[in-house]
Ligand binder design. Sequence first.
Ligand SMILES: [Fe+2]
Length: 320
Amino acid sequence: MTQLQAQTYNPNYQYQHIEVKPVTGRIGAEITGIKLSGDLNQDVVAEFNHALLKYKVVFVRGQQHLTDLEQEAFARLLGTPLNHPSVPLKDGTAHTLSIDSRGGRADSWHTDITFLPNYPKATILRNVIAPSNGGDTVWANTTTAYEDLSPELQKLAEQLRAVHSNSYDYAKPKGEYNEEGRHLFRTAVEIETEHPLVRVHPETGEKTLVLGHFFKRFSGYSPTQSRRLFDLFQEQIVQWENIVRWRWAEGDVAIWDNRATQHRAINDYGDELRVATRVTIEGDVPVDVNGQPSTVLKNVTNQDISNLRSEEGRIYEKAS
Ligand SMILES: [Fe+2]
């Protein structure tokens, strides 16, 4: 265990192995002095993880040397890769999704895969093809969003629990997946998990809001009340003060703390191509401010997708 890992989280820690430059006042930092690979030493990885916890999303430019498998090797330094239960992997990889504009566009606010109880603690996204203009991604800090709530709304938030589902119906993400992908996403599995609206971050101890487009309803509230409460808290999350926007260049890698952020892509690049590769790292099951964990309400597998692969927006049966 390194000196940094042995300590509890200290936001004022001074980096010795990497350079970290904030992008905004509340979220996002660019990291330089690092070449991502599966061979980074543990002191560098510990500092990288610290920057991830502090800035919620970190950016590393110029990582064109990474292949899919090298991206997976780097991901393993941060934890255990978690495969999506209903989106086929990119061919030739063990844990990688191809995020390809020919397959759809994730243009509504969300946290990745929150319908799972152990939804990812981190996501690693590497740009492969960037549009000449547009196609930025934005991230919002769900911790500062919580902190900005009035004491009364914080108290209410801490008492609410919300159901997240892969068959989500608020903020319908039109065009997020092609028809085949969308159908598979909704039908291969049926998973519903009830999370606290406020989870205590397992590494920083910070309180953070858990919402986004997989939200279905608040437990014990009618659909109308659920929608109004959702709007109240979701609007707080996406205040400009909580947001960072990144303009992609090929070889850029963004890594975000998926427990303390939401994100969405900006769908403003017409017919241009935008391709990225994504690996997600397994998280732990959230707990609320009283230590109560999230609970799985439904977990049905209708179709095993392990024999399917995805490439250039197409989904096909793996030949061998
Ligand atoms: Fe996402």
